[in-house]
Design a protein around this ligand. Structure first.
Ligand code: CUA
Length: 398
């Protein structure tokens, strides 16, 4: 009773503070909302809300459905809470407690059925979409095997390589535009997860089971992806890019990959780099280069999963944007830093078991860097994807 008397003496400040809270909460919600809207740019390479494939557009429509339903529920509940708080708040001279009600059959049924109906509206298109994804994967025109390694990705295009074998590359997945792609995910070590947010949803890469992804990339460009399952020391540096080019450029890339003897670009530092330098002999135990005699390295799931025997195939290495699975941009300076001390760039990587600081002399690094960067097709690297990417970036800045 004592407390109520106090309240009765000061009704105005209480009411003002309630109104003040409502206003400040609304203002805060608006500001947070605006900040979040600002984050949703269409040009963020890791944004899952700027779809660039058939699959991510389907995911986007589900996302929108869930978003709007959740927003309606959220606003409804908030309005109801505010209404209830205002309508049924304690007024000065009323009795201490309202009448106590227990159980209401109609309400119980209503708040069981309404959420069930909402979930059903979400569930049905979700299951439909999941079945469509499986069907898409089965219809894939381009089947590509992805092998999760520690800590990089090996990519096989069955039948597109030398003598009808697989074309093998690493960390950069080249794709033809507007063609149905089927990715088959393999691992013989630990569980990884393969995700390029603009092209498809997350899929686990599991030893002993092949997961499949079906999608159709719709725009030329460079798309970023990474491993999203903790898989050991260098998990955070297990990235990849997907480079989508028009069909002709993709075909040209395949052809140059299989050229018996790649015509290497001349390099100003060393003149015509047409042969591997002697020091490349250290690399060929693990790395292969198509069209040369450096083809001994193991690939796919062969060998001990923990062995250091298999490493990224370096054919057309000079066209890649990144080295060490996205750890560094592919520049002469960075390549020299990497060769000087791989562990300094990417702790835990298996190359660092062989190449420690000082293993390669400065002279060896000086001849390896231009050689590796000269590994390009005779006509230069395909450029459409890169130009398209720049276009997106410029439009984003306007
Ligand atoms: Cu592979 Cu994390």
């Amino acid at each position: 009773m004592e407390r109520r008397d106090q309240d009765d003496q000061s009704p105005t400040p209480r009411r003002r503070s309630f109104a003040f809270r409502i206003v400040s909460l609304t203002a805060l919600a608006l500001v947070v909302g605006l900040v979040l809207v600002g984050c949703g740019g269409d040009n963020n390479p890791y944004s899952h809300i700027s779809p660039r494939s058939s699959t991510t557009r389907d995911i986007q429509s589900l996302y929108k459905l869930v978003f709007w339903m959740a927003l309606i529920v959220f606003i409804g509940v908030q309005l109801f809470i505010v209404y209830t708080a205002l309508r049924f708040r304690q007024r000065g001279n009323e009795a201490d407690r309202p009448a106590q009600i227990h159980g209401n059959k109609r309400l119980e049924i209503a708040w069981t059925l309404i959420p069930a109906a909402i979930l059903l509206v979400i569930l049905i298109p979700t299951i439909q979409t999941m079945f469509e994804f499986s069907a898409d994967a089965q219809e894939g025109e381009y089947v590509i095997d992805v092998y999760g390694k520690q800590w990089w990705w090996e990519i096989h295009y069955p039948g597109l390589g030398p003598n009808g074998g697989p074309l093998i590359t690493a960390n950069e997945v080249r794709l033809p535009e507007d063609r149905k792609i089927k990715l088959q995910l393999h691992s013989n070590n630990v569980i990884h997860s393969f995700w390029a947010p603009q092209l498809f949803g997350k899929h686990d890469v599991i030893p002993g089971h092949v997961n499949e992804i079906g999608f159709t990339p719709e725009n030329p460009g460079i798309y970023y992806g990474e491993c999203t399952e903790f898989c050991g020391v260098a998990h955070a540096l297990m990235r990849f890019t997907m480079v989508v080019d028009p069909q002709e450029e993709f075909d040209a890339w395949v052809a140059s990959y299989n050229t018996e003897r790649p015509a290497f670009d001349a390099n100003p530092q060393t003149g015509d780099v047409s042969e591997a330098p002697r020091s490349f002999g250290i690399c060929i135990g693990c790395h292969a280069i198509n069209g040369t005699n450096a083809v001994a390295a193991q690939a796919g799931l062969t060998g001990n999963p923990y062995s250091v025997g298999a490493a990224p195939n370096l054919t057309l290495f000079g066209c890649r944007d990144f080295i060490a699975a996205g750890a560094l941009a592919n520049t002469p300076e960075n390549l020299a830093i990497w060769l000087h001390n791989p562990a300094g760039v990417k702790e835990g990587n298996y190359m660092a078991l062989q190449i420690k600081e000082g293993t390669l002399t400065q002279e060896q690094i000086n001849e390896l860097v231009p050689y590796l960067l000269s590994l390009k097709p005779a006509g230069g690297c395909p450029e459409t994807a890169r130009q398209e990417q720049n276009l997106h970036m410029e439009q984003g800045e306007e």
